[in-house]
Design a protein around this ligand. Structure first.
Ligand code: PEP
Ligand code: MG
Length: 579
């Protein structure tokens, strides 16, 4: 019988391709099957302590294993779990319940952990909500040890693990059994498991809804972490096609490394500056050592998510100083918090359209003390003159002026305290709201530089939510209106010698990046994983040819025409498919 190939879609959390047999991993503490005999509190207390001790031992073992594989940032996940195991306040509550309510240890523990989980679920912080999976892991571990269960970390070697959800600890243990890839029903691309899969280079797809019930252990599958696609029962042809892709990718990545030391310039030697967008510290060493480039966009929001609040000045200063020192003599452009209103408002006040609501600079200006603190921390880190500041979601000139005022106040405070900083620091804006383009010359009077944030610019020009699955086909980077808007900013900036870069995803997209170069963009800030690919393409293209393509594109009417023309023109020139 010929089995039919089936395709399931999810969110691409970690790039790469895996071909292999599936292992469906089930984590369900109800499987542990507790039985309640007569409760003897002393025995329950001793069992509980025993379970905690066992859990500590296990976790320490995993932690030591993780140390060899992960950086400090990701190790913190395990540290947090160990801290929980030592949280006497929590354990005393469990023990009191055992004694006063004569409850079995597993029941008292389950009730207390449920209260904790519910408070996390109710939290407004995405960061705290994502911590639920860490708590789940600890919960299962303690319950299993209460039941004197054995550590279940055995997956079949060389398999693709499919599960409802996975924990960071699962990932580390599995990686020792040559884990090929993962696919989970739950999870977002910023969950810890996604972060770890990226740092371990394991192809991963998350948010697949119910893949764990559609596939069984032993079935064959392909994980395409580039497209976020799982292919169940792949045909011989599909397997061969993907095996070729893997081979090609390995050879291709190796070849790309040869470009590290070569300049980023077109065939006719027009310099195109390439920088990277950065969010986590763990990428910085690699970026500095291999690319030696500037950080064109440093997003600071993750600090807010990690703290569950706006971080204090000292915490921010440490972070910004770390970056400025590491990238020196290169530059880092630090963007002030771009937090969406939905991340900090209580549920009762959630906005219907958070992207049009209290977000980015609007929050900073309403919370002047937060902005003042952030400016001070950035300024303090700028004493080597290699830091710039960028404002997100600007829509009015007033916002820039008000921000400057607050920045000046921050400078005055530092002057009073005799603290050194770059008093000529550049303050620029993200161009991501159409109102900026219509008034570009006025914004130029108050801004030191522009950086086009195409992710937001596209959603605001086309009125298409960038996160929606339903209208994602209408979110079009090659829409002629988007192209004309960008063309307008680029022309203005070049004619008036105002520094301009593009830091949205368009800069990391092969065809779009070439089109941007053709339009006259001279700085692209890209995702680190795209850096060498984009450099390669820039080196393959002729600037005049690209400029002609861009000129012709401006005459076209539909997205399809633009997309097809751009692809055809660049494929023809480089004599291969642009990737
Ligand atoms: C953008 O909007 O293009 C951008 C770079 O900012 P973010 O993706 O952080 O909104
Ligand atoms: Mg943006």
């Amino acid at each position: 019988m010929v089995v039919k190939e089936e395709i399931y879609k999810g969110l691409p959390a970690s790039k790469g391709i895996a071909i292999g047999e599936v292992f469906v991993y089930k984590t369900d503490s109800s499987l542990y099957g507790f039985t309640e005999n007569e409760i003897i509190p002393e025995k329950e207390l001793a069992d509980y302590d025993d379970a905690l001790q066992h859990s500590r031992k296990e976790l320490n073992k995993i932690f030591n294993l993780a140390k060899e594989k992960l950086d400090d940032k990701n190790l913190q996940i395990f540290e947090a779990q160990l801290q929980f195991l030592n949280d006497q306040y929590f354990h005393t509550k469990v023990k009191n319940k055992i004694i006063t309510e004569k409850k079995a240890a597993y029941r008292a523990f389950s009730e207390e952990i449920k209260i904790l989980e519910e408070s996390l679920i109710a939290s407004n912080s995405d960061y705290l909500r994502e911590r639920i999976s860490d708590i789940e892991d600890i919960k299962n571990r303690i319950l299993r040890n209460l039941n004197k269960g054995r550590l279940f970390s055995k997956i079949n070697e060389n398999s693709i693990v499919v599960s409802r959800s996975l924990t960071p600890a699962d990932m580390i243990l599995f990686s020792n059994r040559n884990l090929l890839g993962i696919a989970t029903d739950l999870g977002g691309i910023n969950s810890h498991v996604s972060v770890i899969s990226r740092s371990l280079n394991i192809p991963a797809i998350v948010g697949m809804h119910d893949i764990s019930i559609h596939i069984s252990t032993g079935e064959k599958a392909i994980i395409d972490g580039y497209r976020g696609v799982l292919i169940k029962n792949p045909s011989e042809d599909t397997i061969n096609e993907y095996a070729d892709k893997i081979k090609h990718n390995i050879e291709f990545e190796k070849k790309l490394e040869e470009l590290e030391k070569l300049p980023s310039q077109t065939k006719d030697e027009k310099k195109i500056k390439l920088s990277v967008n950065l969010e986590f510290n763990n990428e910085i060493d690699y970026v500095v050592a291999h690319f030696g480039c500037d950080i064109g966009l440093y997003r600071t929001e993750h600090m807010f998510m990690e703290c569950g609040d706006f971080p204090d000045e000292a915490t921010q200063y440490r972070q910004y100083k770390f970056l400025a020192e590491h990238v020196y003599p290169g530059n880092v452009t630090i963007r002030t918090f771009d937090i969406g209103g939905d991340k900090i408002l209580p549920d009762s006040q959630k906005e219907l359209n958070p992207f049009l609501g209290w977000r980015g600079i609007r929050i900073s200006l309403d919370k002047e003390d937060v902005m003042l603190r952030q400016f001070k921390a950035i300024l303090k880190a700028s004493s080597n003159n290699n830091v710039k500041i960028m404002l997100p979601l600007v829509s009015s000139v007033d916002e820039v002026l008000k921000s400057r005022e607050i920045m000046n106040r921050a400078m005055e405070e530092l002057n009073k305290a005799n603290i050194k900083y770059d008093d000529k620091i550049k303050l620029g804006i993200m161009v991501e709201v159409p109102s900026v383009i219509m008034l570009i010359e006025k914004f130029a009077e108050v801004s030191d530089f522009f950086s086009i944030g195409t992710n937001d610019l596209i959603q605001y020009i086309l009125a298409v939510d960038r996160d929606s699955n339903i209208v994602s086909h209408l979110y079009q980077k090659f829409h002629p209106s988007v192209i004309r808007a960008i063309d307008h900013i680029v022309r203005y900036s070049n004619e008036n010698k105002l520094p301009l870069s593009v830091c949205g995803e368009m800069a990391s997209d092969p065809y779009a990046a070439l089109l941007l170069v053709g339009m006259g963009v001279t700085e692209l800030s890209v995702e680190p994983t795209s850096f060498l690919r984009i450099k390669r393409l820039i080196r393959l293209i002729d600037s005049e040819y690209a400029s002609n393509v861009a000129g012709n594109v401006l005459k076209l009417t539909t997205e399809r025409e633009v997309r097809q023309y751009v692809m055809k023109s660049f494929n023809e020139f480089v004599n291969e498919t642009v990737i």
